[in-house]
Design a binder for this molecule. Structure first.
Ligand code: 2AM
Ligand code: CA
Length: 308
């Protein structure tokens, strides 16, 4: 408390620190050093934990997996989803006991607000790929403070590619720093979309999705939202649309995309809600607007789009 009061005085007066007279710029620097959470240190912890966990997963795909279905036969969970989630939760609770955790398999906290520091963890994003293909699955960790993205790490476990950032310092694919995303056009864009949204389904009139697919250069489907979002952030894809994703599927990817200047909304253009299931419309500028226009035209023509 004393430190907090002193900091306030330093910032207000711009003059005093430890008895010395400081210039305002020096005061700002000192202020940052005193009371800023060290996001770089947290990022480095996450990277170390992910590398440890991914070694376990690469071993696990060589052996027997214990597989169960959850809400439907396509919604799978394995012993490894649970084991890796518990590993992360133990690490976070030990190192950062005041932080909140939302995670897919339910070992995290009952989180009602985005106050404080919030971790969104998916121990295996793309569990169906993990089970069937033994590749194309990721660990996804996104960290927010007061609802604002701070650290993101997405790790493609089998290719060993890491997409990561500390907010404000740029996105990296492994050691390579990525630039801001340029604006683009749908006719030269590759869009990720799951085939199920192009066929009859309860959430969106497939004609709307087909219009987007028809006007794009091509469509792709990878079966893991985290990797698809990372691909948009680094320009391997130009857009992504999905009618149902959970907070842990998108927590890290949204931070990466925002960091490189991409657009992130629900499919009707509304802002995303961090603690709820969302529809997702993601893209570089230009491409996002064109996809949104096809969706809005469909809605105006009376076609159905279900937001929940
Ligand atoms: P998961 O593998 O962690 O479950 C597959 O298209 C993508 O959608 C994956 O990222 C998958 O995450 C996610 N997914 C699958 N079923 C889902 C559901 N019922 N709700 C939200 N996301 C889902
Ligand atoms: Ca998962």
């Amino acid at each position: 408390m004393l430190c907090h009061l002193m900091n306030e005085r330093i910032v207000r007066s711009g003059r005093y620190l430890k008895g010395k007279v400081l210039k305002p710029s020096m005061v700002e620097r000192e202020q940052k050093m005193i009371d800023k959470t060290n996001w770089q240190a947290i990022h480095d912890h996450v990277v170390a934990w992910i590398l440890e966990a991914s070694a376990e997963l690469r071993q696990a795909v060589k052996g027997h997996l214990n597989i169960h279905s959850k809400s439907s036969p396509n919604d799978l969970v394995t012993n490894m989803d649970k084991q890796i989630e518990q590993f992360f939760i133990h690490k976070v609770r030990t190192s950062y006991p005041n932080h909140q955790i939302v995670s897919e398999e339910g070992f995290g906290d009952e989180v009602k607000t985005t106050k404080g520091v919030l971790w969104l963890i998916d121990p295996i994003d793309g569990t169906v790929n993990f089970v069937h293909q033994k590749r194309h699955f990721a660990i996804s960790v996104g960290i927010y403070e007061e609802g604002i993205g701070k650290v993101a790490v997405i790790y493609d476990v089998m290719s060993e590619d890491m997409y990561h950032c500390v907010a404000g310092q740029g996105v990296y694919m492994n050691d390579e720093k990525l630039g801001e995303l340029d604006s683009g056009e749908l006719k030269t864009a590759l869009i990720a979309v799951n085939g199920k949204w192009l066929n009859k389904n309860i959430r969106i009139d497939p004609e709307i999705m087909r219009a987007i697919a028809r006007h794009a250069r091509g469509t792709r489907s990878y079966g893991t939202a985290a990797i698809e979002l990372a691909y948009v952030a680094c320009g391997i894809l130009d857009g992504y649309v999905s009618m149902q994703l959970s907070p842990w599927d998108i927590g890290a990817g949204l931070i990466l995309i925002n960091e490189v200047g991409g657009k992130t909304t629900q499919v009707n253009g509304d802002p995303l809600k961090l603690l709820e299931n969302n529809t997702i419309l993601i893209g570089r500028k230009g491409v996002h607007e064109e996809m949104l226009r096809y969706i809005q035209e469909g809605i105006e023509a009376g076609k159905y789009v279900q937001q929940k």
